[in-house]
Design a protein around this ligand. Structure first.
Ligand code: NDP
Ligand code: GDR
Length: 351
């Protein structure tokens, strides 16, 4: 039985990746932070209490923090995973302007702490680094493997650092260490303060008459939005190749935040302009205007193609948030999942 270690297992991607790896027969280990309250909502449905008689436990959680090297070394040394997926990060771009040093510590230095732990423990493992399209920042679209990085936030600069140390350990110490440069990917489990989920959640609250207005920032930014459960499959595929490398994952289709609003509110026959207000608090000191993936080379190498496109993604997310609010939903999102994945991707644990 293969063993995988996931940092950031409580996040959107970590929860889907844990599901995927368990379904593939892996023993999965995750690092979770100790907070004053539990933050395991996204993985509660796959966690089995080891005290329940007769149950075989394939998901194990360990306390740790990527800001603290010793906890990571302990876990890596004790678990001896075949694959390590580094998904932990302060992942919010706007927040990185408010907490730049903290973001550098977790999102940037966290990666070298892991790489050093692997090197020092001399464990044979494969390492995945969650790199980001934000690293392209101001570069002209479409962005692909030969596009130079132009980071436009402390978050993006930290990810560029993490990207380069991953390459450096690959080249310098012959580690199997790969960068997945993923464009934005969303789902019903997306954090509530990222723009897509903020919109679909607010839409449900508006329909429920619990919220009157939705306050947003820049509506002109363009993003290449895909569906998260498919993206974690691409991560796994990267670590199954014969050679490590860098890969770009996206849909090759970009839309503005305004278009997301039109699609989401339009799905319920509502006019978004009646509900949306602009609050400059959500503007960023430096914005990334236009991200569009040139993912052809990596798609071919991995044998990976996105099945869910923008139009469908919006329906999946709106349906899920309506259900979460206890409201009837048109159901196109659920039908799309059923048709494309046989209903396998669940959203019961959306937050
Ligand atoms: P989330 O914000 O949903 O999850 C982040 C995870 O990191 C959470 O589990 C969080 O734990 C954990 N974490 C944060 N700080 C620490 C720390 N100091 N020590 C240990 N764990 C920590 O992110 P996503 O799932 O959306 O993204 C996963 C990764 O991929 C991130 O690195 C992100 O930057 C990157 N990425 C994401 C993209 C996207 O569109 N989603 C695109 C490209 C890259 P807790 O629950 O305790 O807060
Ligand atoms: P992003 O995602 O910054 O691309 O980073 P986010 O959803 O936060 O922003 C996308 C775009 O929407 C604009 N926007 C708003 N954003 C938020 N969060 N809240 C608002 O109210 C709002 N109004 C407009 C933003 O200005 C931006 O242009 C995500 C994260 O998951 C990163 O971790 C990841 O690396 C990148 O995607 C790829």
């Amino acid at each position: 039985m293969k063993k995988a270690l996931i940092t950031g297992i409580t996040g959107q991607d970590g929860s889907y990746l844990a599901e995927l790896l368990l379904a593939k027969g892996y023993e999965v280990h995750g690092i979770i932070r100790r907070g004053s309250t539990f933050n395991t909502r996204r993985i509660d449905h796959i966690y089995h209490d080891p005290h329940n008689n007769g149950e075989t436990v394939h998901l194990h959680l360990h306390y740790g923090d990527i800001s603290v090297g010793e906890t990571i070394t302990d876990v890596i040394y004790n678990v001896r995973p075949d694959e390590i997926y580094n998904l932990a990060a302060q992942s919010h771009v706007r927040v990185s302007f408010d907490m730049p040093e903290y973001t550098g510590d977790t999102t940037g230095l966290g990666t070298i702490r892991l790489l050093e732990s692997i090197r020092k423990s001399k464990i044979e493992t494969r390492f995945y680094q969650a790199s980001s399209s934000e690293m392209f920042g101001g570069a002209k679209p479409p962005q692909g493997l030969s596009t130079p990085f132009e980071p436009r936030s402390p978050y993006a600069a930290a990810k560029v650092y993490a990207y380069w140390v991953t390459r450096n350990y690959r080249e310098g110490y012959q580690m199997f260490a790969s960068n997945g440069i993923l464009f934005n990917h969303e789902s019903p489990r997306r954090g509530e303060t990222f723009v897509t989920r903020k919109i679909t959640r607010a839409l449900a609250q508006i329909v429920a008459k619990k919220q009157q207005y939705l306050y947003l920032g820049n509506l002109d930014a363009r993003r290449d939005w895909g569906y998260a459960p498919e993206y974690v499959e691409a991560m796994w595929k990267m670590l199954q190749l014969e050679q490590p490398g860098d890969f770009v994952i996206g849909t090759g289709e970009a839309h503005t935040v305004r278009e997301f609003l039109t699609e989401a509110f339009g799905y319920l026959n509502l006019d978004w302009e009646a509900y949306v207000r602009i609050d400059p608090r959500y503007f960023r000191p430096t914005e990334v205007d236009y991200l569009l993936a040139d993912a052809a080379e990596s798609s071919q190498q991995l044998g990976w193609e996105p099945k869910v496109r923008f139009h469908e993604l919006v329906r999946i997310m709106v349906d899920a948030d309506l259900e979460l609010a206890g409201l009837p939903c048109p159901g196109e999102g659920r039908s799309i999942l059923q048709e494309k994945f046989g209903g396998w991707h669940r959203w019961e644990s959306q937050v």
